[in-house]
Design a protein around this ligand. Structure first.
Ligand code: SF4
Ligand code: SF4
Length: 446
C-alpha cells in the first residue's frame, strides 16, 4: 500500500493537520501523528497500518484516494474522471449569455472586456433582435435535446442597457418560449446600473431578471478605478441605479468589485460595514485577472482573509475567483464536473453581436457562430476546449499544485491575455493556493 503523491498537508499548529488529495479532494483533519506517518511512509503493509491507526482510518483514507494500491491504478482513476465528465460528441452546454452591447459608457481601468476581447472591435456593436432570437431558439433546442432542465440566459456586455430596446423585446419572447416548451428559464443581467431607469427596473422585476452589478467599494475607492469615458467618477450614477431598485422594493443583495493597484488600499472592513448598512449578504472581490498588481500577493491574501473573517461575523459572504478552488474542494469529483468556471467546463456559450460564440464573454477563443449552436459540441474548437481539460496534459506546474483538480488551470482569460508571460499567471496561482489554504484554516477554526 502507498500514500498518494497527490496528498497535501496543511499543519494547523494545534496537534492536527488538514490533508486532502489534490485531484480527489476529501479535506479532512488528522492528528499530527497520523499525518506525519503519511508524509514519511513508503510502501507499507495494510495490516500494520490497521493495527497502529485502526480499521476506520484505513477505510476512510482508502476511500479518499489517500491510500492507494499503486500509482498506475491511481492514474486510471484520474483518467476516468476526465472521460466521465467530458464525453465526446455530447453537449455540456448549460447557459447562454448574450453580449447585448460591445460598448460601455464606463472606462474602468481594469476592464477585461476592453483589455482582452478582440470582438469588441467588430463592426456590430449591438446585438440585433434576429441574432438574439436565433441564439435563444438554438440554445433551447440543444438543451431540450440533451435532456437538460435548468435553463439560464444572461444579458451581458459591455453595458447591456445600451441595448435595452432589444432586451425589452426579447423578454416577452423568452416568456413565449417558456409556454411553448413548458419550461422555466432563469434570467440574469450584469449591468453597471448607470443607465437604469425606473421603467427598466420595473420591467426586470416583472420578468424576474436577477440583476448583478459592480461597484468598486466606497465612493473614493470606486472613483479611482471606475471612470466614465471623460475620466470622471461613476459612484453617483451607480448609486442612482441602486436607489431606484431599493425604492421599488428590490434592493440588491450584493455587488462585485475588482481590485487593482489603484484601489487596493480601499479594500477594507469599511466596505463590509457599508454593505451591511444596505442589508447586503454577498460581496464579490476579484483581483484584476488581466493586469499586474504590483503589491505582494501575500499582502493581498492577508487582507482578503481579514476582510472575509470580518464579513463572516456579520453574516456576509465574501467571495471571488480566489474562493472557487476552496468551494470546489467541498465537492466529490466523481459526482460533479469540477472546473474553474462555466467557461472552462464548456457549460457556457456567449454570443457576441457579430454572432460569434465564445466560452466566456471576455474570450477570443471562438467556438463557432450562433448558427452552429445546435451542433456546437461537434465543432473542433469546442472539442479542443474540452480536450484541454484533461489533467494529463496540464503543465507540470499544475500537476504539482496542491489545488490541481479544483483550479484546473484557472481563468481562461488570465492565460489568453498573458500569453508568453508567466508573471501574472504565477501571481494568480499564488493567490489561489494562498486563499484556498486561508479558507481551509478559517473553516477549521470556525
Ligand atoms: S493555474 Fe496555478 S493555482 Fe491553478 S492548478 Fe495550475 S498551478 Fe495551481
Ligand atoms: S474564463 Fe471563467 S473565470 Fe475567467 S473571466 Fe471568463 S467566466 Fe470568469
Amino acid at each position: 500500500m502507498l500514500v498518494s503523491r497527490y496528498t497535501q498537508f496543511l499543519p494547523q499548529g494545534d496537534g492536527s493537520t488538514v490533508i486532502w488529495h489534490s485531484v480527489f479532494g476529501r479535506v479532512m483533519q488528522l492528528p499530527d501523528q497520523l499525518a506525519d506517518f503519511l508524509k514519511e511512509a513508503g510502501d507499507f503493509n495494510s495490516h500494520d497500518f490497521e493495527e497502529e491507526f485502526g480499521e476506520d482510518a484505513l477505510k476512510i483514507l482508502s476511500n479518499a484516494h489517500i491510500l492507494i494500491d499503486s500509482t498506475e491504478q491511481e492514474q486510471v482513476d484520474i483518467d476516468s474522471l476526465f472521460t466521465k465528465h467530458n464525453p465526446k460528441h455530447k453537449s455540456k452546454v448549460k447557459a447562454l449569455s448574450l453580449i447585448m452591447s460591445e460598448e460601455c459608457p464606463f472606462r474602468c481601468v481594469y476592464c477585461i472586456h476592453f483589455a482582452n476581447s478582440k470582438h469588441y472591435y467588430n463592426q456590430e456593436k449591438m446585438m440585433s433582435l434576429e441574432v438574439a432570437k436565433a441564439s435563444i431558439d438554438s440554445y433551447l433546442g440543444l438543451m431540450i435535446k440533451n435532456g437538460e432542465t435548468d435553463f439560464y440566459i444572461n444579458f451581458g456586455g459591455g453595458e447591456p442597457l445600451l441595448n435595452y430596446r432589444t432586451i425589452a423585446e426579447i423578454l416577452p419572447y423568452i416568456k413565449e418560449c417558456e409556454s411553448l416548451y413548458d419550461i422555466k428559464i432563469k434570467l440574469g443581467i450584469n449591468t453597471n446600473l448607470s443607465l437604469l431607469t425606473r421603467e427598466m427596473a420595473e420591467t426586470f422585476i416583472r420578468y424576474n431578471v436577477e440583476i448583478a452589478t459592480s461597484l468598486d467599494g466606497t465612493k473614493s475607492g470606486n472613483n479611482k478605478v471606475r471612470l466614465t469615458k471623460d475620466l470622471s467618477g461613476t459612484y453617483d450614477s451607480i448609486m442612482r441605479g441602486f436607489n431606484i431598485l431599493k425604492e421599488l422594493g428590490h434592493p440588491l443583495d450584493g455587488f462585485a468589485m475588482t481590485v487593482t493597484e489603484a484601489n487596493l488600499s480601499d479594500v477594507d472592513t469599511e466596505i463590509i460595514d457599508w454593505a451591511d448598512s444596505l442589508g447586503m449578504k454577498e460581496v464579490r472581490i476579484d483581483i484584476d485577472v488581466v493586469g499586474i498588481v504590483n503589491s505582494s500577493m501575500q499582502k493581498i491574501i492577508d487582507k482578503l482573509t481579514r476582510v472575509r473573517k470580518y464579513a463572516m461575523e456579520k453574516g456576509i459572504s465574501v467571495i471571488g475567483f480566489w474562493s472557487r478552488p476552496a468551494e470546489n474542494l467541498g465537492l466529490i469529483p466523481e459526482e460533479e464536473d469540477i472546473g474553474f468556471c462555466g467557461g472552462e467546463r464548456g457549460n457556457s456559450l456567449c454570443v457576441a453581436p457579430s454572432g460569434q460564440v465564445f466560452p466566456c464573454g471576455y474570450s477570443n477563443y471562438q467556438l463557432g457562430n450562433y448558427q452552429d449552436i445546435p451542433t456546437i459540441y461537434e465543432n473542433s474548437a469546442y472539442v479542443e476546449l474540452l480536450d484541454n481539460r484533461n489533467l494529463n496534459i496540464q503543465p507540470d506546474k499544475c500537476k504539482k499544485c496542491p489545488i490541481f483538480g479544483f483550479c484546473r488551470g484557472g481563468c481562461l482569460i488570465t492565460k489568453e491575455a498573458n500569453q508568453g508571460s508567466t508573471e501574472k499567471q504565477s501571481a494568480m496561482c499564488e493567490l489561489y493556493v494562498g486563499m484556498t489554504e486561508a479558507i481551509i484554516r478559517q473553516q477549521v477554526t470556525a
